[in-house]
Design a protein around this ligand. Structure first.
Ligand SMILES: Cc1ncc(COP(=O)(O)O)c(C=O)c1O
Length: 378
């Protein structure tokens, strides 16, 4: 089966008992113990595992070409589990441009807990190489394309650097999705998704997921932490996520086509300073993106509005069709002034609007943004 078929048919699963095409939801928090004191079902309590996760985890593992996958209650729960599976004192590298709340958690909780966190420009391989401390660096964390400037990391090169220093590579692939990038095939050890975004795609759940290259000791440590910290999704969320993933391919392909059209339209626009999108040939990360992303460059882009922060916020204020809201990866298009969210430490310029392109008619989306840019000048 090709990945689009895997997703659409959720691996072709049929319920044996009822012949249902859509799987049941198992809300049970607990499972019967056998009379001889065993748990032959393989499950005892839903903070460890729930039968509703099985299919969503299997579909994601298949799409990522992974040995296994694990659902979490949010993208943050998934990402933080990877870091917390390390030891205090371990050195980790993370990108300067990355999802801001994880960067902020690394700078506060993770640092206080004892991780030695170093932020580097991951588009600069020499800088990453120089920052690696063989034996002490245990993890390179990267995100590509990275919020909200869409820096592109060369994953094959990063995996070689990590493994050369006996470190592991984890990739936040939320924006790329398994449709456009398969980090494990490029050498990554762990892939992370905020399933809240494209995997689910309908802005109606908070969820996270990890996928692993190997069924190894670090993966078991992460799964144990999931049970201990309790960052598991509810059964209904897991079911919704499986349903959302069935339409992953047509959704993200349409979003990416729309994003490319918008990027090309607003490049060189008199009211726009710059357009940041890996699909544009003049974008700094384009060559790497063209090599490691298949079939498209994703649905996320940013525009830098002429006139600075005031003009950017005013543009967002005048959209009618785009929704002024945080988050990404839904079927509806969202616009956000990122610097307002990320606070004073952000590398995000104040004139930047982040655009999460949905699957609406691209002519409608273009016109609405055109109108808003013009209205902001008045
Ligand atoms: C790239 C990326 N990673 C991680 C997260 C965190 O995911 P969640 O909001 O599901 O905890 C987000 C959320 O915006 C994100 O955009």
């Amino acid at each position: 089966m090709k990945p689009a078929t895997v997703a659409a048919q959720a691996l072709g699963w049929i319920d044996e008992k009822t012949r249902a095409v859509s799987p049941p939801i198992h809300p049970s928090s607990t499972y019967i113990r056998d009379p001889d004191n065993q748990f032959r079902s393989g499950r005892s309590y839903s903070r460890s595992d729930n039968a509703t996760y099985d299919q969503a985890e299997a579909v994601l593992a298949s799409l990522e070409n992974a040995k296994g996958a694990a659902l979490f209650s949010s993208g943050m729960a998934a990402a933080t589990a990877v870091f917390l599976s390390l030891e205090p004192g371990d050195h980790v590298l993370a990108p300067k441009v990355m999802y801001w709340l994880l960067r902020s958690w690394l700078a506060t909780f993770a640092t206080n807990w004892g991780l030695k966190v170093e932020l580097v420009d991951m588009t600069d391989l020499a800088a990453v190489k120089a920052a690696l401390r063989p034996g002490e660096t245990k993890l390179i964390w990267t995100e590509t394309p990275a919020n909200p400037m869409w820096d592109v990391t060369d994953l094959a090169a990063m995996a070689a650097l990590a493994h050369g220093a006996r470190a592991r590579l984890a990739v936040d692939s939320t924006v790329a999705t398994p449709v456009f990038t398969k980090p494990i095939e490029l050498g990554a050890d762990i892939v992370m998704h905020s399933a809240t975004k494209y995997l689910n795609g309908h802005s109606d759940l908070i969820g996270g997921a990890l996928a692993t290259r190997a069924d190894d000791e670090p993966w078991h440590a992460i799964k144990t932490l999931r049970t201990q910290l309790g960052g598991v999704p509810g059964a209904f969320e897991a079911w919704l996520l499986l349903r959302g993933m069935r339409t992953l391919f047509p959704r993200v392909r349409t979003a990416a086509a729309n994003a490319l059209t918008l990027a090309e339209h607003f490049r060189g626009h008199p009211l726009v300073e710059d357009v940041l999108y890996p699909g544009l040939t003049n974008f700094p990360g384009h060559a790497v993106a063209a090599r490691q992303m298949q079939d498209g460059f994703g649905g996320m882009l940013s525009i830098r509005v002429k006139g600075g922060e005031r003009a950017a916020i005013a543009t967002a204020a005048h959209v009618r069709l785009w929704k002024r809201a945080t988050s990404i990866g839904g079927v509806e298009s969202l616009v956000e002034h990122r610097a307002s969210v990320e606070g004073p430490d952000t590398p995000c310029p104040p004139d930047l609007l982040r655009l999460s392109t949905g699957i609406e008619d691209v002519g409608d989306l273009t016109q609405d943004l055109e109108d808003a840019l013009k209205a902001a000048q008045r």
